[in-house]
Design a protein around this ligand. Structure first.
Ligand SMILES: [Zn+2]
Ligand SMILES: [Zn+2]
Length: 237
């Protein structure tokens, strides 16, 4: 793997990437909501979101954020993925380790960006918009400044590029799984979720962890995928 963009470019990857992400996102939502306990949580979030949706400050931010997200995702699919990812199949365990690696690299970079850039002087005001939500529910995952969304997606691009270079190639399916897990966790951690039994306990933990982070801008819990880096650097709240 090298940086020769034209030599690496495979247009088929863009197509496979787009289809796989859509199927995984829709499929995982469809499966999850088949579980009655999860469907109940969805109803709870919908009732929490209704008054927020009527608040005039929500729609313009969600719209701007959605537009920026769509443009960056399109650039990622057309420009980055076909040059950085590969279609060459690898051993089954490599798919698993590569997905975990991408998520760990992402969470590591995001931890420091969140702690020192979003909560530091540089972009505190930009990130403060997302922190206006003190009592979070589903809709608040979308109440994000477009610049923050751009930075989040760029960290994902850096993570897949780094893992691809380090491992001598990253399969498109691994990148898609990492993207969908990342996207789902970043949405789910804003939801109201209260199921204190196996196997939902982990989700319950993640939602509680992020809701504590939203209480005010001086709380810890900066990482978004796992509690690992908050635990390592002593910012678990
Ligand atoms: Zn924050
Ligand atoms: Zn948040």
């Amino acid at each position: 793997m090298n940086f020769d963009w034209i030599a690496n470019y495979q247009w088929q990857i863009a197509l496979i990437y787009m289809i796989t992400v859509v199927v995984l996102l829709r499929g995982s939502n469809w499966l999850a909501f088949k579980i009655p306990a999860i469907a109940k949580m969805r109803d709870w979030n919908r009732s929490e979101d209704t008054p927020k949706r009527a608040n005039p400050k929500y729609p313009p931010i969600m719209k701007a954020n959605g537009r920026v997200g769509a443009v960056i995702s399109l650039l990622l699919i057309i420009v980055v993925a076909p040059a950085v990812l590969t279609l060459q199949s690898v051993a089954w365990w490599r798919y698993l380790t590569d997905i975990v690696l991408v998520l760990l690299v992402y969470d590591f970079i995001y931890y420091f960006t969140h702690r020192f850039v979003f909560h530091g002087n540089l972009l505190r005001k930009v990130h403060g918009l997302h922190h206006q939500a003190r009592d979070i529910s589903y809709i608040d995952a979308l109440y994000v400044h477009p610049l923050e969304t751009l930075i989040g997606l760029m960290i994902y691009v850096v993570s897949i590029t780094a893992v691809s270079l380090a491992m001598g190639g990253l399969h498109v399916v691994s990148a898609c799984f990492a993207f969908v897990i990342w996207s789902q966790i970043n949405t789910i951690n804003h939801t109201k979720f209260n199921i204190d039994r196996f196997p939902f306990k982990t989700v319950d933990y993640l939602t509680t962890k992020h809701s504590i982070h939203h209480k005010n801008m001086n709380m810890g819990n900066y990482s978004s995928i796992t509690p690992l880096f908050d635990w390592m650097f002593g910012t678990l709240d």
